[in-house]
Design a protein around this ligand. Structure first.
Ligand SMILES: C[S@@+](CC[C@H](N)C(=O)[O-])C[C@H]1O[C@@H](n2cnc3c(N)ncnc32)[C@H](O)[C@@H]1O
Length: 323
């Protein structure tokens, strides 16, 4: 979800999305720009609740129904002759993109903590960002081998003095928390996850498929619940004797500022290390390092920025300082 999804006109929102997709997904850039000029699709979107009008959700739902990314004509046909089917998928589904490569950008911070680790990921989606120790990594030639030989190798360019670990930390316990957990053993959920990857984004789709296959060999546990209210009960289940790490990436932007503050208060009161990997300004009161482009900020305990990270995990820029 992005700020421009809220409160702006629908056409304007699609134009802003076209800008965002430029250079990343020419197909979505073109499609979003055409939707912004198309009365038929705009009317269909206007019939949906405001939080269901986002380009990401419309395009993923169309792909889910058609099996391919439609051009404008295909979207118009869905929005008219197929309107109840399309609205049905949009109402039932949410944007829950799960990017396993984000594990590479979180790994150096995790590996600095005293092992063994107990992990809670809030906003875990399908749990692919809970499987740090199963993937292998290639940080520009610095390789680390994970426990599953069939798992994908996550490639990430380290910048700055990133403290790259020699081996993966021992993880003794892990659990996810999500409003709507996706199930890697469900073919429907897996298809939805792959429809959320934008067309033209290099190897993201293959990486996702390989990570899903990894998760299917031993699915992570993800509890249904709200990170604003259900975290303390889950944290109480973590085993003693392990460093409890509560972390999230690409999640807090879905909350209102009051919800974010409430979560920050809850997590600070728990005996845990808090790692956040979110857009600049999303974590309340966290200092914003100077940055260019649209990275995430990896921070500890909501206060100390450690690194700027690519939102899709392809690079990590470790910041000088206490981290
Ligand atoms: C964009 S996905 C990110 C998934 C994963 N963290 C990653 O980095 O790939 C955001 C997830 O946060 C979940 N979420 C949003 N608000 C939540 C809340 N209040 N409590 C629990 N989960 C929430 C959504 O259901 C969704 O699965």
């Amino acid at each position: 979800m992005h700020g421009h999804d809220l409160g702006l006109g629908i056409a304007e929102n699609y134009r802003a999305f076209a800008e965002e997709a430029r250079g990343r997904s020419p197909v979505y850039e073109q499609l979003a720009a055409s939707v912004a000029e198309d009365a038929v699709v705009l009317r269909f979107l206007g019939s949906l609740p405001p939080e269901k009008r986002q380009p990401n959700l419309l395009f993923a739902a169309a792909r889910y129904l058609l099996g391919v990314t439609p051009a404008l004509d295909g979207l118009r046909a869905l929005a008219t002759r197929g309107r109840s089917e399309l609205a049905g998928v949009i109402r039932a589904r949410r944007t829950q993109t799960n990017e396993p490569a984000r594990c590479a950008t979180l790994l150096p911070a995790l590996a600095q903590l005293p092992p063994p680790l107990a992990l809670i990921e809030v906003g875990a989606s399908a749990g692919l960002t809970l499987l740090f120790d199963r993937y292998s990594y290639d940080f520009a030639g610095h390789r680390i081998t994970g426990s599953d030989p069939l798992a994908p190798v996550l490639r990430c360019e380290p910048r700055g003095q990133a403290p790259l670990p020699a081996r993966l930390p021992e993880i003794t316990w892990r659990a996810g928390l999500d409003l709507n957990p996706l199930d890697v053993t469900s073919d429907d959920d897996v298809r939805w996850l792959s429809c959320l990857v934008w067309p033209g984004e290099g190897d993201r789709e293959q990486r996702l498929a390989a990570a899903i296959a990894t998760a299917r060999r031993d699915p992570p546990v993800i509890h249904r619940g709200d990170l604003r209210t259900d975290l303390p009960a889950l944290a109480a289940q973590a085993p003693p004797g392990a460093t409890l790490v509560i972390y999230h990436s690409a999640v807090l932007a879905y909350l209102t500022p009051a919800g974010r503050r409430r979560f920050a208060g809850t997590v600070r009161a728990l005996p845990a290390v808090w790692l956040s990997n979110e857009g600049p300004g999303v974590v309340p009161e966290q200092p914003i390092p100077p940055y260019q482009g649209t990275p995430f900020v990896l921070a500890r305990d909501g206060r100390t920025p450690l690194a700027l990270t690519d939102s899709h995990g392809t690079w990590l820029n470790w910041l000088p300082g206490p981290g």
